[in-house]
Design a protein around this ligand. Sequence first.
Ligand code: DOR
Ligand code: ZN
Length: 344
Amino acid sequence: MTEITLRRPDDWHLHLRDGEMLSAVAPESARHFGRAIIMPNLVPPVVTGAEAVAYRERILAAVPDGADFTPLMTLYLTEATDPADVVKAKQDGIVTAVKLYPAGATTNSASGVRDFDKVRPVLEAMAEASIPLCVHGEVVDAEIDIFDREAVFIERVLDPIRRATPGLKVVMEHITTKDGVDYARSGGDTLGATITTHHLVINRNHILVGGIKPHYYCLPVAKRESHRLALLEAATSGDATFFLGTDSAPHVDPAKESGCGCAGCFTATNTMSILAEVFEAAGALDRLEAFTSLNGPAFYGLAPNDARTTLRKGAPVSYPAKIETGDGPLTVFDPGFPLHWQVL
Ligand code: DOR
Ligand code: ZN
């Protein structure tokens, strides 16, 4: 096969930031994606419906004229979130989902949740109103090894929340382990999971062997190879539980290449070429569309995009190694292998 046509893909987990960075990265996502679930971890976070409306306006202003791109907004769940506000923001068509960050788990998560009992009323209202909860699934306890934080979160936090709130739709965001794959598969149609591009490509050796590679550092951190293979199997299986959420998370080079580097891989620019390469190598090109364009909308109760995207295979495609932003240079994720699939 040298050409493949898909429904226009969506990105079910994306960081667009604000200001100069937003201006630089919004066109990168708008080029290849029809919709994206926009993460609310700005400083300060997007907590209210009014803040989500204002942020959506700034995003739309940063998207090139005529681009076929719709930002789907989320609210950042805090212990002070009012259930009625969340339900109203959904009913008013402002937000698509709510994001749960355990406090301290990752970039700009300080306003997240410490005591999960405090958000029970919000979760119940969300289950009632069919509003999906997007979950950053890592515990933050200092005594839990960083490579075990996802598996422990499932057991100690996620499973109890789901048992206590039947009917709550949950997306396990950016799963990185076989434990995550297995739990997502067992969850029935109220449970979905996004998988990033980079977690299909790298394992922890890519970060640590031969010198530390800050541009491969993200959270949840990439795990050992057997976990990457479980993610690859899940993504390429066609199983409707799994769909693309790139977690493309831009940080300028000085913030990455630092004594305390920020977590995040910037993959918006070359994700579709990388995924085509990865799915082809797995003998699953015919299931790429399910992962990028069908399973996500089905989980969120939306129709797939009407527009189509064609990728053609040929000589290696080149993407810029860096994008210049008003805040400084931003490195594009390097998959470490040539990319033959070009998005036409
Ligand atoms: O690598 C990550 N970067 N993981 C997250 O959960 C947050 C994100 C960011 O905002 O930079
Ligand atoms: Zn993220």
